[in-house]
Design a protein around this ligand. Structure first.
Ligand SMILES: Cc1cc2nc3c(=O)[nH]c(=O)nc-3n(C[C@H](O)[C@H](O)[C@H](O)COP(=O)(O)OP(=O)(O)OC[C@H]3O[C@@H](n4cnc5c(N)ncnc54)[C@H](O)[C@@H]3O)c2cc1C
Length: 416
């Protein structure tokens, strides 16, 4: 079979590479950084002296492409989460605490139970979210959902902002519906929250590289694609920092790059231009805490903190669409976020040691106009395919979208 050259070793590139290499294709992977994983990786932090993730990443059990990938690389058992779809929350303004607890079957009888819904919400409020199914291409989330009622502030907003990483008055409604349909729409069994127990790299990256190496794939780090030659709609040559790769006419190329990476080498392709930040605060707890009652996830509304994750002695907090917060100093952010955490979990006022990670371009700004610039898998060049969370999967820019795009590229190559 003919070689496939994959540029970009984030989850999209890794997913395409694993599929193709297992299917018998010779694969070569090129990555500009010295490591794989892109926006989904772990690193050793010298301040906390432990491995941390660049950001908390939450999967849902209904993320079927991501879970298939984990199975393919033998890492499904590295994800942990509750046996039921259970999302505990606190409202810092009122002190109310509640859990959204779905029943596992597809018929949503959990909506009938007051104890399983946020306070002050009714079943009709939830049913009104079905209007998202008919959202037009120009509709934003707040065009469709009433944004001043409890079902919005206590359920839809925290989920939607985490999924879309875009202020909801500018975020496209359609991808939100697609993700709800694949998870909440299939019942609690598809909505169990899952986190990488030992860190993102141990779940998603290291095992994928292991499979690629076992099957003899070439993996080149520190190779930034700078330029390429195309003639007669066929990619002929890829030029990296210090090497030039001839692409035979029968060989295929996958660009699994972020929008600005693709735009730098192919300015003629229109890509979404804006992006939004995600800020993560990682705190090293001196002693284990009991405030989360054995749960590893807590949704916070009415403050700056949005989602709190606990893994061993590291308590991490995520804030999405955090462009304004990211402008503050790390010291300020740590104190601000800890003040929410201390109130939510009844902890001492002074923060323990912390590390702030600002991912300024965490995802593209997922507005209706950006949705129109998402390219498909096939390009106008016969041997070139595109992948990446921002390509046209219909989903928000998430792990599920990245992996699905990689699988789509692999399927298109196998089919061709
Ligand atoms: C802080 C944070 C929190 C997140 N939380 C969640 C979450 O809770 N749940 C969820 O599902 N998703 C989450 N995401 C989104 C998720 O991380 C991404 O959707 C996914 O990792 C994107 O993968 P990708 O392969 O499409 O892109 P990338 O990870 O960006 O991979 C692209 C790769 O291409 C490389 N590259 C770029 N230019 C070149 C070049 N010229 N030559 C060679 N290589 C190049 C890059 O170095 C990178 O490794 C989060 C993202 C961030 C940043």
């Amino acid at each position: 079979m003919n070689r496939v050259h994959i540029v970009g070793a984030g989850l999209a590139g890794l997913a395409a590479g694993v599929r193709l290499t297992v299917a018998g294709y010779p694969v070569t992977l090129y990555e500009s950084n010295g490591h794989a994983g892109g926006r989904c990786r772990s690193f050793h932090d010298s301040v906390l002296d432990c491995m941390i993730d660049n950001g908390n990443h939450l999967l849902l059990s209904g993320n079927c492409s991501a879970r298939t990938f984990l199975r393919e690389i033998g890492a499904e058992d590295t994800m942990s989460g509750p046996s039921e779809a259970d999302f505990p929350f606190i409202d810092l303004k009122t002190g109310d605490r509640w859990s959204v607890r779905l029943n596992s079957g597809a018929f949503p009888w959990w909506l009938l139970s007051r104890e399983r819904r946020p306070p002050d919400t009714s079943i009709l409020d939830f049913l009104s979210m079905l209007r998202l199914a008919w959202a037009g291409p120009d509709a934003t989330v707040t065009d469709i959902l009433k944004y001043d009622d409890a079902v919005f502030t206590r359920f839809a907003e925290p989920l939607a902002i985490a999924a879309l990483n875009t202020p909801l008055n500018t975020a496209a409604a359609r991808p939100l519906w697609n993700v709800l349909r694949e998870t909440f729409g299939r019942g609690g069994a598809a909505c169990r929250p899952l986190i990488a127990r030992d860190g993102l790299s141990r779940s998603f990256v290291d095992p994928a590289l292991g499979v690629l190496r076992r099957f003899g794939a070439g993996i080149w780090f520190n190779q930034r694609l700078r330029d390429l030659d195309i003639s007669n709609s066929v990619v002929r040559n890829l030029r990296f920092g210090n090497m030039s790769i001839e692409v035979a006419p029968t060989e295929k190329v996958v660009f699994a790059l972020p929008p600005i990476g693709l735009n730098a080498v192919m300015p003629e392709i229109s890509v979404p231009t804006g992006s939004h930040a995600i800020v993560n605060a990682h705190f090293k707890l001196p002693t284990p805490i009991s405030g989360m009652q054995g749960k590893s996830l807590l949704g916070v509304v009415g403050g700056i903190a949005e989602w709190v994750f606990i893994r061993g002695s590291i308590l991490s907090v995520t804030v999405s669409a955090a462009d304004e917060l990211a402008k503050k100093s790390a010291a300020e952010i740590g104190v601000l976020i800890w003040s929410d955490v201390a109130r939510a979990l009844d902890l001492p006022k002074n923060p323990p040691q912390f590390r702030i990670v600002k991912e300024r371009r965490a995802t593209f700004a997922q507005t209706p106009s950006a949705m129109r610039c998402r390219p498909g898998t096939k390009t106008q060049n016969k041997n070139l395919f595109s992948a990446g969370d921002w390509t046209d999967t219909g989903l928000p820019a998430t792990i599920e979208s990245a992996i699905r795009s990689g699988h789509n590229a692999a399927a298109a190559i196998i089919a061709s």
